[in-house]
Design a protein around this ligand. Structure first.
Ligand SMILES: Nc1ncnc2c1ncn2[C@@H]1O[C@H](COP(=O)(O)OP(=O)(O)OP(=O)(O)O)[C@@H](O)[C@H]1O
Ligand SMILES: [Mg+2]
Length: 466
């Protein structure tokens, strides 16, 4: 049923790559393998470097018993771009099939180093059973090394050296942090926020790209940017996009998690996280929920948090290792709870308000979420008018819900029905803007705890102060 609808849609737009990908996957799920392969090949005809399609074809070849051809395809893929975790994982599986447990282990670790989430305990167990232990003796082994422009290449190690690449992956996972290389999202995928983007460029990106220029003016790079504002307005998204923009690694740390997971040893864990970021520099090191460190939080385990605060301050100051190439971003909904020591020079020395998107930005956010969806008659102007007070996440919810209800209709009719501007407008009425509540509570802090005018922007936004 669903597959039929997708195929019908494909007749209408045969060159629609995202649609082709969906059909290929759906076919594979239904074990229509021949057809799945045809669709993947079609994707590759339109986009020869389409990673998912290359992997898809390799998977089908594997299912078809054509192991060596599958291996060959993957080798080509990894030679071009060694940064695709899934490809390495599949290579590990195929190598094991071919009886090469050492290679299998190496590929498995390469996958892990790239993406912590990319794991297959069962496969690992089989590799180990087959003799694929970690270090392959004194043999030369390949590993992934990042080049200056943020790409990964394979490098042959000369003997013993380290086997840490895979270890780091494990380490990051055990530390409970999200680690991804070359994040896909870029600034262009974040609607509006021009001022915040510009600040991040000036404060974070340019110093990294043009260190000489900074030195010429006697300025030291360093220090971080702390974003604050109502939920769902793109703080986390923008942090990720910063990494994507400069093709650096991205390390995201939820501070609540660190506190909860590592009672009594969170300082040491934090140090390890910084070490990881330094090792993989350039890295965007993103601290989410910085308010977890609020000194005046009543439910805080006082002693534990004080230690962590001091540790974070010391690490940010570079007291325990050079932070060159480590770009620090933070986000919080409640900056007023933060220890003011965080806001001193060299630390989070730029505090940026991330407001809900204005009408112009809402149009942009709408355009972004309309991408690659079968939408007709999108009236951004009208939608922007109907979504005053909406966060980016609220706007996304409008699109998600509109797609869902249209899909229901399509299922009933058994054919593709486009999402219309009208459906979007109707859906927008049903979604409640979520940012008002934040302003209600922010208002008091902005009015009464506004030392040095930190929160003037909030008051201005609310029309309280000009
Ligand atoms: N400016 C934007 N452009 C495009 N999409 C957006 C934008 N802002 C939010 N979104 C959408 O909303 C989702 C949630 O946004 P995000 O997690 O970045 O919000 P946040 O500010 O970090 O919220 P919180 O304070 O709750 O952590 C994003 O993944 C994205 O889909
Ligand atoms: Mg967030």
């Amino acid at each position: 049923m669903e597959l039929d609808a997708l195929k019908a849609a494909l007749v209408a737009s045969p060159e629609n790559v995202p649609l082709l990908v969906m059909v290929a996957k759906a076919c594979a799920e239904e074990f229509e393998l021949e057809e799945a392969k045809l669709h993947w090949e079609r994707v590759l005809a339109l986009d020869p470097n389409h990673t998912e399609a290359l992997i898809g074809v390799a998977q089908l070849l594997d299912l078809d018993g054509k192991t060596s051809e599958a291996i060959l395809r993957l080798e080509v893929l990894c030679a071009r771009d060694a940064g695709v975790a899934e490809a390495w994982l599949l290579r590990a599986k195929l190598a094991l099939k071919e009886g090469d447990a050492h290679d299998a282990r190496e590929f498995y670790e390469a996958a892990q180093a790239l993406d912590m989430g990319c794991r297959d305990e069962d496969l690992l167990e089989r590799i180990v059973k087959a003799g694929g232990t970690s270090a392959s003796g004194g043999e030369k082994k390949k590993r992934l090394v990042m080049t200056g422009d943020g790409h990964y290449v394979e490098k042959v190690d000369e003997g013993e050296e380290d086997e840490t690449e895979g270890m780091d992956a494990v380490a990051a996972r055990e530390l409970g942090v999200e680690f991804s290389k070359k994040g896909g999202v870029k600034f262009a995928d974040v609607g509006g926020m021009e001022e915040v983007k510009e600040n991040i460029r000036m404060k974070i990106i340019f110093p990294l790209q043009k260190p000489e220029l900074f030195k010429a003016y006697g300025k030291k790079a360093g220090g971080g940017v702390l974003m604050y504002g109502p939920p769902g307005c793109g703080k986390t998204l923008l942090a990720k996009a910063t990494a994507g923009e400069i093709e650096s690694n991205f390390l995201s740390v939820g501070l609540h998690q660190i506190l909860d997971m590592y009672i009594g040893q969170s300082e040491q864990k934090l140090h390890q996280i910084f070490e990881l970021a330094r090792k993989y520099a350039p890295t965007v090191l993103f601290f989410d929920e910085v308010d977890a460190l609020a000194a005046d939080r009543r439910d805080m385990r006082q002693s534990g948090s004080r230690g962590l605060i001091n540790q974070l301050l010391a690490e940010m100051d570079g007291a325990n290792g050079s932070n060159e190439g480590v770009l620090i971003l933070g986000a919080t909904n409640a900056p007023w709870h933060l220890d003011s020591a965080f806001l001193r020079p060299g630390r989070f020395d730029r505090l940026l308000f991330v407001p809900p998107p204005d009408a112009e930005a809402r149009k942009e956010v709408a355009r972004i979420h309309a991408r690659e969806k079968p939408i007709v008659n999108l009236d951004e102007e009208a939608l922007a008018k109907k979504t005053d007070g909406f966060s980016g996440a609220d706007i996304r919810a409008v699109f998600d819900q509109a797609v869902e209800s249209t899909l229901e209709e399509a299922m009933k009719k058994g054919k593709v029905v486009p999402v219309t501007g009208k459906t979007l407008a109707k859906t927008a009425k049903q979604v409640k803007p979520s940012t008002h509540k934040w302003f209600e509570s922010a208002k008091n802090y902005a009015l009464y705890a506004n030392q040095s005018g930190f929160y003037d922007e909030v008051l201005e936004f609310m029309g309280i102060k000009k």
